[in-house]
Design a protein around this ligand. Sequence first.
Ligand code: NAD
Length: 507
Amino acid sequence: MTGTNYTSIETIPSIIQSLRTQFNTGLTKDVAFRKQQLANMIRFCNENNELLCDALWKDLRKHPMECDVGEISPIVDECEFMIKNLDKFTKPTYTTKRFIMNATDKTFIRKEAKGVVLVMGAWNYPVNLLLMPVVGAIAAGNCIAIKPSEVSQHTAELMATILPKYLDPRAYTVITGAIPETTAVLENRFDHIFYTGNGLVGKIVMTAAAKHLTPVTLELGGKSPAIVTEDADVNITAHRLLWGKFFNNGQTCVAPDYVLVAKSKLEPLLEAFRKTIVEYYGQDAQKSGSYGRIVSTRQFDRLKGLLDNCDPSTIVIGGETDREDLYMAPTIVSPVTPDNALMQQEIFGPILPVIPVEDMDEAIAFVNGRDQPLALYIFASPKYNYNKILDNTSSGGVLVNDILMHLQELSLPFGGVGPSGMGAYHGEKSFETFTHLRSTMVKDLMSEPVSSCRYPPYNEDKGKILGVLVYGLPAGVGAKISTVGSVCGAFWNFMLNKSSTGSDSKL
Ligand code: NAD
């Protein structure tokens, strides 16, 4: 997909307007329609698996297994989950009433679609990060403007050309383009914006949303640390940690960005890293089909710059690069000081700094000295008290003894905190994110004789009855007995004088 076939900027306002018109017809609110669209999404994934894998290979040289595990299967899984649970999710929730006054009324929360929503994907998982929120937005009954990242252009093209054959184009539109087109899209009013990408653009999105008071979900990134304690199993740690680090060539928002390792474990861990990298990718990772590539020369040059900034003696594993091939070897740098350029930005590539620490207090202080990360990883033995680390740090999510796997679990909402994002999704949380919880009360007309005690003109008797109807009886047996007496008296007076005009008095 190139600039020539991007969505024309002039047509963008009318595209959004037609989604709004469509939303107002109620088409997407119909639960059967939503289920059908989710089933169509599953067909899109299954029938175009090869095309999707091919586009992901061209964009990121993703191995088909990574395409399946990291991109396509999670969408199918999320659709199946939504179809299975949609009747339950869309049912209103009846609430327990607190006030006697409302005892005969109905109170419930309706689950309503927000309206027209915008979903903006990122290039690193161009299928997953675009379609996962789309699934939640369909399930919740919205119309959707779908904006793929222009950086992963082959996948963006597939989304623009093939997805509309599966999803009803009246309700779901793919808008393609780069910064000018996205800027034009953001000028329009949406009922929710779901953005995945870096924090700088996150601020642009939030500023645009603020103009229309539109709520946002921001799925951002940051430097996610992996803490390796003194009693961690070094072999399992190396296998799980490096699998998660080099999955998609380190271009994963929750990839471990750096390792804080207990000093006593530094050398054994580096040794285990050496062996594991060869085991995974052979002596020359450039020849391995399982090892991806950096998305663009722009990203390559940024990563190469970070590497060139390091003292060569600290590049203990890897470091080889090939710009033509957008290749950078799996690279471990150690030791790394906090002022190293590697520690000033999210790395988002196949470079892993390893920093030895005296103890876990130092690790905690190191994490707390930086922005709250999207993920925090801890590697420790089963008997290790990791709660101390959890109690004294903050992050979007936590995973003990593995990497990335918490994203797959639909019962866990996924999202950041502070600079790593706001809001969350996956599973039921996705449905909630795109749903307006509309509090609803239906008043009983039969209660009018009693509920009329709130009407002016106000007087003491009305006040007493109202107090009981709203707040119940005061605590304490003595107080209750005397209150019952005085409220009964007040009620009697009130009923006798109901037709009289009464007089204003202080309640
Ligand atoms: P990107 O360049 O693909 O941008 C994301 C979206 O923003 C695209 O749709 C793009 O068109 C749009 N965009 C870019 N510049 C814009 C501008 N100036 N104005 C308006 N829109 C603009 O992706 P990226 O930001 O390079 O993605 C990498 C970052 O995303 C990393 O920081 C990573 O950690 C983060 N990320 C977070 C998650 C998550 O789920 N939390 C997932 C993936 C990536």
